[in-house]
Design a protein around this ligand. Structure first.
Ligand code: SF4
Length: 352
């Protein structure tokens, strides 16, 4: 017999689940795609990308055969590009080590690049009905509140406790439905702020609701220190309508994306006193800059970083030779995967 919490949850899900395209599918590739896209992305935003990927890369082999640039371009606007790079690498792994067949055991799915415990459990349970509880932020919240878990769900002991409670509730006959129902409840009812406890199917079982402590759970972790960076992107434009791009090879969130020459700054820029003359001379030796236009500041927030970015648009007669940058016609800029911070600027200041 399923746990009474589980029965109540699954009945509620049968009546209230949102109609989302990947829920109509048992195709492990589509389910995996949806899980990766929806990490750190809202459903309404992710839907468009899900359709794009399933139409443009209808099988995992199509994805494996695409170039990394194509995949990053398809991902443009979703942010957290490491997800796209991992998605692509895992598709190649499936093509080379599994003859293009999506692996069907938890352990094999877990070995795919970028796949952690949560995604492996979600795909294994939904596509293959394997009994693994999938624990994401939504599930952490619901379980923490249901049982007033007095540990940070991201700590080692908190994680183990929530996983054990989830395993106890898991409906082993319908693990995929259970996992989706738990996540759906967290996303639509047991929300971070103002959970809709009155309409929650689990309110009769919920310790936090009973004791009026929903706002206290899940226990908050201490916030990582935020770093503030000031940056100047230089956008050269020559008389032939060409600019410079380079592909970022440095590890990090923008690895593999293209960017203009970048000058890190020590602090906020004073437009009247822009101290980057030496940097510009290094970039464009013996080249007269004909016109300079400094943008307003763009604030771009990453997980633990606040980027204050300005753009300096420079006109010059001809771009010098460069080993670091490739000359690209401005009209082809949209064919390159660029960080969101740059595309925002280009949307507001089209160059071509
Ligand atoms: S009763 Fe409220 S706090 Fe408890 S699970 Fe439901 S929505 Fe969350």
């Amino acid at each position: 017999m399923p746990h009474p919490i589980t029965s109540a949850l699954i009945s509620w899900y049968a009546a209230k689940a949102r109609n989302l395209p990947w829920r109509a599918s048992k195709n492990p590739y589509f389910i995996w795609l949806s899980e990766v896209i929806l990490q750190q992305t809202r459903v309404d935003q992710g839907l468009k990308y899900y359709h794009h990927f399933t139409e443009n890369y209808p099988t995992v082999l199509h994805l494996a055969q695409a170039s990394e640039d194509q995949v990053l371009r398809s991902w443009q606007g979703l942010g957290y590009y490491s997800r796209a790079r991992n998605l692509h690498a895992a598709a190649k792994q499936i093509a080379s080590s599994h003859q293009g067949q999506f692996p069907s055991s938890y352990d094999e799915i877990r070995k795919l690049k970028g796949v952690g415990d949560y995604t492996a459990a979600a795909v294994a349970s939904i596509a293959f009905s394997l009994p693994y509880p999938a624990v994401d932020g939504n599930v952490n919240r619901v379980i923490s509140r249901l049982f007033c878990v007095d540990q940070d769900p991201l700590s080692t002991t908190g994680k183990a406790r929530i996983k054990a409670l989830s395993a106890e509730l898991l409906n082993v006959e319908r693990p995929g439905t259970y996992n989706q129902a738990m996540m759906e409840l967290g996303a639509t009812v047991c929300k971070p702020r103002n959970p809709d406890c009155l309409n929650c199917p689990l309110n009769a079982f919920c310790e936090a609701y009973r004791t009026g402590k929903t706002a206290e759970f899940p226990l908050k972790k201490t916030k990582a220190k935020e770093q503030t960076l000031y940056m100047l992107y230089v956008l050269p434009e020559d008389a032939d309508g060409k600019t410079w791009l380079r592909r970022r090879s440095e590890k990090g969130i923008w690895q593999g994306l293209y960017e203009f020459p970048l000058i890190p700054l020590a602090g906020p820029v004073n437009p009247e006193n822009l101290r980057v003359q030496a940097d510009l001379e290094n970039l464009f030796p013996q080249t007269a800059l004909l016109q300079l236009r400094l943008s307003e500041e763009y604030l771009h927030l990453l997980t633990h970083r606040r980027l204050h970015i300005r753009f300096l648009h420079c006109k010059l007669a001809a771009l010098p030779e460069s080993a670091d940058y490739q000359a690209v016609e401005l009209r082809y800029l949209s064919e390159f995967a660029l960080p969101r911070a740059i595309t925002r600027y280009l949307e507001e200041h089209p160059l071509a």
